[in-house]
Design a protein. Structure first.
Length: 217
């Protein structure tokens, strides 16, 4: 799909990064106001990669995924190109959800030129499903150095794995999408330690650097 010059001009003029719950949508304000979101992902992806990287260059410089210190080296980035991605919502920052102020126990990652979601460590697919909050999601169970973890990947589009399937670090498990409680394309990524006996999950912050601080969206 190739954008005509009129559509391209509108996007260039707007240069609007609509920070929904973590992600982005580029469109005319009229499209957003009317809820006319159909086809916007395709329009974004149809633009030249260099153009997308130019649009999001400022965000990538300030909040690029690769500039955050990844605390646990047993896990890798859940996206292919961290240098061309950025964190749009940090771990434990405050946000509004259903009228309440809650903590975000994950990070949101926006990718400018590659929407593949990667397994961040070897493991077994613990669950694949859909709900109104996370949309299409994948949960992977990991045992690393005798400790149990799960990783969560939410707001996905296509999902390529099934429950019980073994995956290796770097395997493509899904595509970033716009499903669930979000109005911006992004990956909601969480790591939690897992008490196998009590079935208790404790969120873990994977990044040591904070640039956003606590804020309410």
């Amino acid at each position: 799909m190739i954008w005509n010059e009129e559509l391209k001009t509108k996007v260039v003029e707007m240069k609007t990064k609509w920070d929904g719950i973590g992600g982005y949508i580029e469109a005319t304000k009229e499209d957003i106001d009317k809820g006319n979101l159909l086809g916007i992902q395709e329009k974004i992806e149809a633009l030249p990669k260099e153009y997308l990287e130019t649009i999001f260059a400022e965000r990538i410089i300030e909040h690029g995924l690769n500039i955050y210190h990844w605390i646990n080296n047993s896990f890798d980035y859940p996206v292919k190109f961290p240098k061309k991605s950025y964190i749009s919502s940090e771990f434990y920052h405050l946000r509004k959800y259903q009228g309440k102020i809650v903590y975000h126990t994950a990070i949101d990652i926006v990718c400018t030129n590659d929407h593949r979601i990667l397994a961040s460590a070897d493991g077994i697919v613990h669950n694949v499903g859909y709900n109104s909050l996370f949309g299409k999601y994948v949960v992977i169970k990991h045992v690393i150095n005798g400790k149990y973890y799960i990783t969560e990947y939410a707001h996905a589009d296509n999902i390529y794995v099934e429950k019980g399937q073994k995956v290796k670090k770097g395997d493509v498990i899904a595509l970033i999408g716009l499903t669930g409680n979000t109005d911006g394309y992004h990956l909601h990524y969480a790591i939690k330690s897992w008490n196998n006996k009590l079935k208790r999950y404790i969120p873990i912050n994977m990044v040591a650097t904070t640039t956003y601080g606590l804020r309410i969206k």
